[in-house]
Write a protein that binds this ligand. Structure first.
Ligand code: SAM
Length: 343
């Protein structure tokens, strides 16, 4: 019998009423932002004096999520394999910090590559709740996960985790603790004040005694960063340009992809990689009755990826009420996995 039901949350209205699923231990909730939200975000971003679009848009079609998975396997892109290695090498200790019988929430779960080693090492976890904006990916991945872990309640939530969102309750068992896993240094996409805001929301979601495990990229030689975001095969360039395809197909815009190119660089003052799409010529782009003029060389800023020092991240965590308990890293100090507690 299908058991998965989509219900409304108090703070966000679901835009689809019900989904069926074959697995008994899987429930799916859909709070995907509407097309109108998307339109407003894009119009607002392109109307700024310095045009900017949020990185969330990268994942608004399946191709974007597929391209990100390809990036993770690139030789130049060290973060994914390094984070997995750190998790593998420290899984017992990480599991102890996370605790027994927990509800593990995951922000931006993607393909789940990293959470499986974590779920395998946890003691008697009660439920797993991936939250992601990429609906098709999330639902197919959650279905696989619920089959792989038949004794675990899997609760898939399509939502923007930066917005107000009350987590659905576990139905089968009451967890002794809630913890959030936020992998891939996705927190680095946020400006510091936005990161603090999300950490504060997370503190409310896990409550006192809860925790967060966060994968963060570390400051390093700019040469390494430069090649990670400018891979020889050009996959990151395709990923960046795909944002324009998404806007064309979902909002009826007329971006010509041949007239923009990918540009990524490390900004040492801000401690972040910046990704831009640069207009190759003077041009005008239309979305409905809006027209956006571009000069040659003008950019749309599509992503920041902040790199953190230890003290810098501690301050961020403390500003949201968390305590940074421990950072695990690799021998080359490329990446850090951090456990934050809330007392
Ligand atoms: C950089 S990928 C990381 C994927 C995976 N966690 C990893 O570490 O490889 C970011 C993931 O977060 C999702 N995502 C990005 N921003 C989001 C948001 N504001 N709300 C929900 N999901 C988001 C994307 O769909 C994507 O799956």
């Amino acid at each position: 019998m299908p058991t998965s039901i989509i219900v409304g949350a108090p703070t966000l209205k679901p835009n689809q009423e019900m989904l069926d699923s074959i697995a008994q231990n899987l429930r799916c909730y859909d709070y995907q932002p509407s097309r109108l939200d998307l339109r407003e975000t894009v119009i607002k971003g392109l109307s700024r004096p310095r045009k900017q679009l949020p990185p969330l848009l990268f994942y608004c079609n399946e191709y974007g999520s597929d391209l990100f998975n390809q990036i993770c396997d690139l030789p130049e892109y060290y973060p994914t394999r390094t984070e997995i290695r750190i998790l593998e090498e420290n899984k017992e200790e990480i599991a102890q910090f996370l605790g027994d019988r927990i509800l593990l929430v995951e922000y931006g779960s993607g393909s789940g590559k990293k959470v499986y080693p974590l779920l395998n090492s946890l003691s008697d976890p009660v439920a797993y709740m991936p939250i992601d904006i990429s609906k098709e990916h999330l639902f197919s991945y959650s279905e696989l996960t619920s089959q792989k872990y038949p004794h675990l309640e899997t609760i898939a939530v399509v939502a923007d985790y930066t917005r107000d969102l009350d987590l659905p309750e576990c139905q089968n068992q009451t967890p002794s603790k809630k913890a959030i896993y936020f992998a891939g240094s996705t927190i680095g996409n946020l400006e510091n004040h936005e990161a603090i805001d999300l950490l504060k929301k997370s503190a409310q979601r896990v409550g006192k005694g809860g925790g967060m495990l966060i994968g963060t990229d570390l400051k390093k030689e700019p040469r390494i960063l430069h090649s990670a975001y400018n891979d020889a095969a050009g996959v990151t360039a395709k990923f960046n340009l795909n944002m324009l395809t998404i806007i064309n197909s979902q909002l009826g815009a007329d971006f010509n992809l041949d007239r923009f190119y990918h540009y990524a660089f490390y900004n040492p003052i801000r401690g972040r990689i910046e990704m831009h799409l640069i207009s190759a010529c003077p041009q005008v782009v239309t979305i409905d009755n809006y027209q956006f003029a571009f000069e040659e060389g003008e950019s749309i800023h599509t992503e920041n990826s902040h790199k953190y020092g230890e003290e810098e991240f501690r301050e961020l965590a403390e500003a949201a009420g968390f305590t940074l308990e421990k950072t695990w890293t690799d021998p080359d100090r490329l990446f850090g996995v951090r456990y934050l507690s809330l007392s």
